[in-house]
Design a protein around this ligand. Sequence first.
Ligand code: 13P
Length: 263
Amino acid sequence: MRKILIIGNWKMNLNTSEASLLVHRLAERIKIHRDIEIVLAPTMLTLQPLSLQIDRRKFRLAAQNAYHRDEGAFTGEVSFTMLRDLIHYCIIGHSERRHIFNEDLPTIRDKVSAAVRNDIIPILCVGETKTERQDGETKQVLHDQLMSGLANLTAKEVGQSVIAYEPVWAIGTGDIAPPDKAAEAVAYIRNYIRDVFGTRPAQKIRVLYGGSVTPDIVSGYLEIPGVDGFLVGGASLNYESFSGIVESARKWQRRHAEVENER
Ligand code: 13P
């Protein structure tokens, strides 16, 4: 079984002392779980101090963004090369970057390549808008985002990556994707990987669900075949709800293991 992966995307929230306090509270509540990996994605500003504070057996760090060139005259940017010793992961192609900052498919492709080149695992976010869903374009959108995002990776690199399915209409709205729709999208993603890169990367790649995740939906979504965890926004800013998500995943995993053992 793939390890469950739970990522907290703090977006543009929490200054240095607030971030430090949240990590402190989370560390008190969350135990080390061998089969659950927990990743925090704070702002760029707080990555460095948090890297000194965190217990690395409990938490890993992700950046929310980085620039694809390694160095040079790119005012305001931070490169993957500069981040490589601080982080394990980087969120790439989040819908807020695609839609608010107009990041297009080639930009996202270049960022994915730069992450991999710097030994950082890309968390490639894909997902359709409400209009695209209503127009029946979900699969086409996923296809285009996967095809360009993964274009420069080898099959092995794809297998080591993470895809987060985040329907845009479910982000920050409380409007969770119905499990059957999420199941369809996740199956599409894995089938795409299998068809283009082969069976092994399709089995290895971790696929997450994101969009209004709360502790209540965790066990239901982990039942969906091919869902390996969550990319959490709002609920990751509160220590009770984020540790609640981890706890629900741990309980589900224990129950699941018992059922498997009885077979
Ligand atoms: P919410 O969990 O707040 O809907 O945000 C999801 C998200 O965008 C995570 O990257």
